[in-house]
Design a protein. Structure first.
Length: 142
């Protein structure tokens, strides 16, 4: 963040843009290192046809073959990240993050050191942001 430009809360519109980017990227493959030394693979977006207002869901595969669903939603000025079993509607673990907009126009989570421009369509930036979210919710779970 530029020192002379203060941060501002992420608006609902910008949050929907961010969720749309995460949904439309439909990231799959590659592994994400998590806190306990394990890895998780992104299995693609499960909510490609749904409106982002109903959340964005990703399939995750753990190293032991077990699956989880990553639920992302925006409510009350916070990004909610839930981790649940595939057939469950209740999250095993939830992390709620306030996001602000930094001086360069990026959605920023200081807690996870994650940044992403909600207006840009940079696949690398989207991938890095999602990986930070996955690491964060698994760190909360351990």
């Amino acid at each position: 963040m530029k020192p002379d430009m203060p941060s501002a809360p992420l608006s609902d519109f910008q949050a929907r843009q961010l969720l749309r980017r995460l949904r439309d990227a439909n990231l799959r493959g590659g592994s994400v290192d998590i806190a306990d030394g394990g890895t998780v693979a992104l299995g693609g977006c499960l909510s490609l046809d749904g409106p982002v207002e109903q959340g964005v869901r990703y399939r995750l595969r753990l190293a032991d073959g077990a699956e989880r669903v990553l639920d992302l939603s925006w409510s009350r000025a916070r990004l909610s990240i839930g981790l649940r079993l595939p057939r469950s509607t209740c999250a095993e673990h939830t992390l709620e993050l306030p996001l602000d907009l930094d001086g360069e126009g990026r959605a920023n989570s200081s807690l996870l050191a994650a940044q992403m421009n909600p207006e840009a369509n940079d696949p690398g930036e989207i991938d890095r942001f999602l990986r930070h979210l996955v690491r964060g919710v698994f760190a909360r779970a351990s």
